[in-house]
Design a protein around this ligand. Structure first.
Ligand SMILES: O=C[C@H](O)COP(=O)(O)O
Length: 259
């Protein structure tokens, strides 16, 4: 019997607040066309998800989801409905086609004062609304891979305590976000390996993945050699040619020869 196909490599993109409205939709059309023709996507070797800004979610859903690209929000309210001016709740996100909600990004922690209590509540809100949380974890300052692994596993444990459901753990060392280069392959391998080992002992989070973000771009998947379940791309996905280059790195099964 042949081995079962490995799970797809997960490639997420957060557009943060970089693009205008039409710019986002034009970019989304190019990414949809890429997904439609690239063998890594059409063969199921890779799965894409995109997190655009809130106002573009509805039109982006129409462009991306027909091509199997998952849609998600960059944030989610802790509450589902009610007097929470400016917030967007999980039920609405789910209703408009989101399947993911990002929580705990370092920028929200640093600039908007979100701490562990809020991040854990947002993670719970996502799970409650059948959205997969893209839960960002990672150390603030550069240190040894071993220290980073210990700290990051403890963070994931703390944020997910008492929760149940499939999550995407996005390992983003804060010092590598917006940097010229990602963390080293050794660093990423150590931390993602520790997160993976921890998750493997958590049956309540079965089906979860560990992806790496922080100046990720072409070449990194190859250097990681399977140490992460995928990448969380930022700036380097602004040019769809870079997404294509990342997809090109994935092994695509050769088509069966016709006798
Ligand atoms: O959400 C994505 C990450 O923060 C990485 O962004 P970056 O690749 O621009 O550093």
């Amino acid at each position: 019997m042949s081995d079962p196909a490995p799970p797809p490599v997960l490639l997420g993109v957060s557009l943060k607040m970089y693009f205008g409205h039409h710019e986002t939709l034009n970019w989304a059309r190019r990414v949809a066309a890429l997904a439609d023709r690239h063998p890594a996507v059409t063969s199921g070797a890779a799965r894409l998800f995109v997190l655009p800004a809130f106002p573009t979610l509805v039109p982006a859903a129409g462009i991306l989801t027909p091509y199997g690209i998952g849609l998600g929000a960059q944030d989610i309210a802790t509450e589902d409905t009610g007097p929470y001016t400016g917030e967007v709740g999980g039920p609405v996100l789910r209703e408009i086609g989101c399947r993911y909600a990002e929580v705990g990004h370092a920028e929200r922690r640093r600039m908007y004062g979100e701490g562990d209590t809020v991040v854990a509540a947002k993670t719970a809100a996502a799970l409650r609304n059948r959205l997969t949380p893209v839960l960002c974890v990672g150390e603030r300052d550069r240190g040894t891979p071993g220290e980073a692994a210990e700290r990051t596993v403890a963070e994931a444990e703390r944020l997910l305590r008492g929760l149940e459901g499939t999550v995407v753990l996005a390992y983003e060392p804060q010092w590598a976000i917006g940097a010229p280069e990602p963390a080293s392959a050794e660093h990423i391998t150590t931390v993602c390996g520790a997160l993976r080992a921890w998750l493997d002992d958590q049956p309540q989070h079965t089906g979860s993945s560990v992806i790496y973000g922080g100046s990720a771009g072409p070449g990194l998947l190859t250097r990681l050699a399977g140490a992460a379940d995928g990448l969380f791309l930022g700036r380097f996905a602004h040019d769809p040619a870079n997404i294509e280059a990342v997809l090109d790195e994935l092994h695509v099964p050769a088509p069966t020869a016709v006798a």
